[in-house]
Each structure stands twice: as C-alpha cells, then as structure tokens.
Design a protein around this ligand. Structure first.
Ligand code: PMP
Length: 401
C-alpha cells in the first residue's frame, strides 16, 4: 500500500478549476469567462508586439548569459518598476526611501511581502476587502498573518460601501495591515473615487494602519499607467510607509513569465536598506533568486523610449477593447429587455464584471449555454468578443427571467 494512501483529494482551485471544467466541455459554443487573461476579438491569447521586439533584441544580444540573478533580481528591472509605479519624479525614489525586489509576479510579491511582515512587523493582523481575489486569504494565512475582512462591496447599490469600509478600518487595531487593490478591484470592478481614496488615506494614516497595495492592473484598467497609479501615489506622497505588490501579467501580457515586484516605501533610506537586507533572508530559502527572462523583457521595454511608447498604445488598445465589450453587453441586455438595472456593467472598472448573478443562475448558464465563470457571478470581459456577446446576453436573459 502507498504511504500516501491517506491523502485526500483536494478540490479544484475555485478560479483555475473553471478552466478545467471548460476544457472538458465538447460544445462548439462554449465560452470561458472564468480566468482573468486577455483575449483578442478572435478569442486568442495576445503576445504584445513590444514583447516580441524585446525578446528579439534579447536573443540577438550574444553577450547575454544565463547566470543567476542576485537574490533581489534584476537591478534595472527593479529601478524601472518603482519608477513606473511611483512616477518618474517621485521624491521617495530620489531619496532612496524605496526598496524594490523582483518577485514571481503579483502572487509572489504578495507572499514575500507577507512573509517579511510576519517576521519583522509588530502587528500580525491584515484586513482584506470583502469580497476579494480568492488567493489573498490563503497567501496571507500561510505566511503567518491573521486575516480579517473589511466591508467593501454593497450588493444593493452594486457599488462601494464606503461607510462600512471606514467603520471597519476605524475599529481595526492600531498598526493593522490593510490590503487595498490599487485599481480595478477584483472581483467587483468597483474602485473608490479620488475623494473616497483621500478619506481612506486619512483614516489609515490617523490610525497608523499599514497600507499594502495589490497593483495587478496598472494601465489595464483605464488605459493610463499614471491614472491607474493615482491611489498608490497619494499614499506614497504623504511620506508614510507603504507596501506595493506589482504584476506585469496583465499589463504586459506576461502571465506565464511570472514577473512582478515588491516595493516597500520607508521613512528613511537607512530603514529601506535594512528592510531590503531582511527581504533577502525571506527570498533566499524560498526560491533563491528570481527568473531572468521575463524581467529582462520588461526592463528592455521600460528603458527604451520608443518601445515604452509603443507599449502604452498596445495597453490602451487592450483597455479600450474591454470597455467596448462592457458597452456591447449592456446594449445587448437592453435590446432584449432583460429585467433589472445593468448599468453596473458599464460603470465597473477593469477586467471583470461582477454581474450580480447568483450561483444558481451561474450553474444554469453553464449547463444550458456552456458559459463558464466563477460561482460568484464574476465574468471576465476580456474573454468576450463582439461575436460572443449575443450568446452571453441570451444566457443572462434566460437566467434572470
Ligand atoms: N492580485 C489580483 C487582484 C489579481 O487579480 C491577480 C491575478 N488574477 C493577482 C494579484 C496575481 O496575479 P499574478 O500572480 O499572475 O501576477
């Protein structure tokens, strides 16, 4: 008998499991709106032109070798990533208040930040929004933090519950860590306005809470890299401390390259350098040092003026296609006279629409229409095209009538 005979079968991941189910469905009209990856109007994955160009430059450069990177990753990549996030003229960067380490995409950046906090910070409690990306709870719990939630989404208004949010963070213990989605909140697509961000910032600073931003969609939400970084820059601008996990999965389409960064903004350059020394102690026994290829692509794009400009255009085109899909879906439901107010589809921001469909309706749509999505009714707008919008609208119409 196997020594592992007692191992029980684990459930599929709630998000990635949607794709597993989709792949098993033989229907020609099947539609995968579960996973958060960009698709073209033809339903195909997209490799950005600038990424192809950067890879070509890297291949042609015979001086490049496959040696290990330092524990903290590629120096150029780290510098340019902080600049992209905090702005070219950021006083925090100029004052050497920021330590940036290359990590395994957004997930790895969150995990390294969480492990650092569990070892080096006096408060073990982290508040995450309700709801949030499903992996947050697991990442922070496994790193040794104590996870609590704060009110975020109001199902009645399908908007932000700012009152509940301020109350919950207002009663958090001093020093508690607060996870914030920098933009394009996943799964709700609901972001605070600039005025609301300012309220949140003031409360967080007055209670000495520690903000930890998850920035997985910079530029992908609005089409503007600076616009989508505004929330983070407000917090860094006030001189307080701040964590940011950055991902290039969506905005540069580098999903499988696993390229991202953790930045920690400190009050002094001396603290920042000591913090970095501790980050190395977290990383070294976990995976030693990060992979070189994806970070080299990003650095190549970010440091070349022409490539950078071309990237912003391609990024804007992706964001715009998603915004167009919102409008088309909204129009299609209106044309069908589907009962209910569907304006949240065009109001929400980023890759996902939080439809408000319940798990029974989701099951119905999967069974009858071969449309796959997470059971909370979240659909990836990036997985839609003009061709598939009518099918989805038919399914939603049937599910709610
Ligand atoms: N945070 C949020 C909110 C996300 O939506 C995602 C991607 N689904 C991530 C982090 C991390 O993604 P990755 O590790 O692929 O960068």
């Amino acid at each position: 008998d196997s020594v592992f005979a007692n191992v029980v079968r684990a459930p599929e991941d709630p998000i990635l499991g949607v794709t597993v189910a989709y792949n098993k469905d033989p229907s020609p009209v099947k539609l995968n709106l579960g996973v958060g990856a960009y698709r073209t109007e033809e339903g195909k994955p997209l490799v950005l032109n600038v990424v192809r160009k950067a890879e070509q430059l890297l291949v042609n450069d015979r001086s490049r070798v496959k040696e290990y990177l330092p524990i903290v990753g590629l120096a150029d990549f780290n510098k340019l990533s902080a600049k992209l996030l905090l702005g070219a003229d950021s006083p925090a960067i100029q004052g050497n208040l920021v330590t940036t380490v290359q990590c395994l995409s957004g997930t790895g950046s969150l995990r390294v930040g969480a492990e650092f906090l569990a070892r080096n910070y006096h408060q073990r409690t982290i508040y995450i929004p309700n709801p949030t990306w499903g992996n947050h709870t697991k990442i922070f719990t496994l790193a040794g933090l104590n996870v609590k939630s704060y009110r975020y989404y109001d199902p009645v208004t399908r908007g932000l519950n700012i009152q509940g949010l301020l109350e919950d963070l207002g009663s958090a213990p001093s020093g508690a860590i607060v996870l914030l989605h920098a933009c394009a909140h996943n799964p709700t697509g609901v972001d605070p306005t600039i005025q609301q961000w300012e309220q949140i910032r003031r409360l967080i600073r007055s209670k000495s809470l520690l903000p930890f931003f998850d920035s997985a969609y910079q530029g992908f939400a609005s089409g503007s890299l600076d616009g989508d970084a505004q929330s983070v820059r407000m917090f860094v601008g006030d001189g307080g401390e701040c964590f940011i996990a950055q991902s290039y999965a969506k905005n540069m389409g580098l999903y499988g390259e696993r390229v991202g960064a953790l930045s920690i903004v400190c009050r002094t350059a001396d603290v920042a350098s000591r913090v970095e020394s501790q980050l190395k102690l977290v990383i070294r026994p976990m995976y030693s040092n990060p992979p070189i290829h994806g970070a080299s692509i990003v650095a190549t794009v970010l440091k070349d003026r022409n490539l950078f400009h071309e990237w912003t255009l391609e990024l804007k085109a992706m964001a715009d296609r998603i915004i167009t899909m919102r409008q088309q879906l909204f129009d299609a439901l209106r044309a069908r006279g589907t009962p209910g107010d569907w304006s949240h589809i065009i109001k929400q921001i980023g890759m996902f629409t939080f439809t408000g469909l319940n798990s029974k309706q989701v099951t119905f749509m999967t069974k009858e229409y071969h449309i796959y999505m997470t059971s909370d009714g979240r659909i990836s707008m990036a997985g839609l095209s003009s061709r598939t919008v009518p099918h989805l609208a038919d399914a939603i119409h049937a599910a709610v009538t």
